[in-house]
Design a protein around this ligand. Structure first.
Ligand code: SP5
Ligand code: ZN
Length: 348
């Protein structure tokens, strides 16, 4: 297993997210990856490597899944924020106003407050000085992992944060800014795979990835997640979302109630993998969140550490070349064991 790690992961280290009317400490912290790296030092399932430096290639790949005006905004957001008022440098950026139904998104507002709202969907995903650098390097890891697999590697892992699967064509949210799983899928398509599948096993629906590929039949998107009737991101992830136009039938949502056991979860995984096989996917991207863990502070499934070994074994049995991207998981001290269990199970 080739592991491409984001050496800039500490640069995104935001302070507070909005939750129930209060600003609370961010759940998505650098310590999450510290624990994965520490566990990898104990159980070296693959050597750590840096992504291939290729700015032009990365920019082209990002432009294939994200809107130019979104990428431009995000790349310059921090500098713009500080230019508004030097005192802003001491505070992270959070949106507070959004264009809902009936508002216009075609006119790009001049106001920074309006643009940060236009390009986001929650107030839980602060942008700070290092957000762009960390997210971009993570995208480079996802692309390098996909290039390695396109070149014949059986599997590669993009070990990165911030995560990506909630980020859509032109919006951030859910702690995600650039969609690493979508970037990996697009890269696999661009380098020879006729059909690709993304299997999202994070606790939360992969709304960004679904939206990016919703009208396409070359990339199947499958997500197993907490039912959006009660679980974040609430406004997408229902079972009747099947894709549209050419993409009709190329999206599968498997929502499960809060409290779902490992037994039921693994049954849903079988349904997801059956869809991947029926799509005749030539390569698989796994959006790997471990917030399905029983001890996760913001989630509600009941997987245990051993279940992640089983997950890795089952993914390997699918028999496809695989790119894994690191998504959620907030039981910080257990994130390392759970993630490395998936990698070890895959290898076994
Ligand atoms: C990648 C990913 O897993 N994103 C998840 C984003 C969830 N954001 C909303 C979190 C709500 C926080 N709840 C705090 C509960 C404190 N006990
Ligand atoms: Zn999640």
């Amino acid at each position: 297993m080739k592991i491409f790690r984001n050496a800039l992961y500490r640069r995104h280290d935001a302070r507070l997210e909005m939750y129930r009317g209060r600003l609370v400490p961010c759940h998505e912290t650098p310590a999450r990856l510290d624990h994965v790296l520490a566990e990898l030092a104990r159980r070296p399932v693959g050597a750590l490597r840096d992504p291939v430096p290729d700015d032009a290639g990365l920019d082209a790949a990002l432009a294939a899944i994200h809107a130019p005006r979104y990428l431009d905004f995000l790349a310059g957001a921090w500098d713009e924020w500080v230019a508004l008022d030097p005192a802003n440098a001491g505070t992270d950026i959070l949106p507070a106003v959004w264009p809902v139904r009936g508002f216009r998104a075609d006119v790009l507002p001049e106001s920074f407050a309006a643009r940060i709202g236009l390009f986001s969907f929650d107030a839980g995903s602060p942008v700070m000085a290092g957000t762009w650098a960390a997210a971009r390097e993570g995208a480079a890891c996802a692309r390098s992992a996909a290039l390695a697999v396109s070149g014949g590697e059986r599997a590669a892992f993009a070990l990165t944060r911030p995560p990506g699967h909630h980020a859509g064509p032109d919006f951030f949210g859910g702690y995600c800014f650039l969609n690493n799983a979508a970037l990996a899928a697009q890269t696999l398509r661009d380098h020879g795979a006729a059909r690709v599948a993304v299997l999202d096993v994070d606790y939360h629906h992969g709304n960004g990835t679904q939206t990016i590929f919703y009208g396409r039949d070359d990339v199947l998107t499958v997500s197993l997640h907490g039912d959006p009737r009660t679980e974040y991101p609430f406004f997408l992830g229902h079972a009747d979302e099947r894709g549209e136009g050419a993409g009709l039938g190329a999206n599968l949502n498997l929502p499960l109630p809060r409290g779902t056991s490992a037994t039921t979860w693994f049954e849903a995984l079988e349904a997801g993998l059956a869809a991947v096989a029926a799509h005749r996917a030539e390569a698989l991207v796994v959006a790997l969140g471990v917030d399905t863990f029983e001890g996760d502070p913001i989630s509600g499934f009941h997987l245990r550490a051993d279940d992640y070994l089983r997950l890795g074994e089952r993914l390997a049995r699918a028999g496809l070349p695989v790119v894994l991207t690191m998504e959620g998981g907030y039981a910080v001290a257990e994130v390392g064991v759970n993630v490395v269990n998936v990698l070890e199970g895959f290898r076994a």
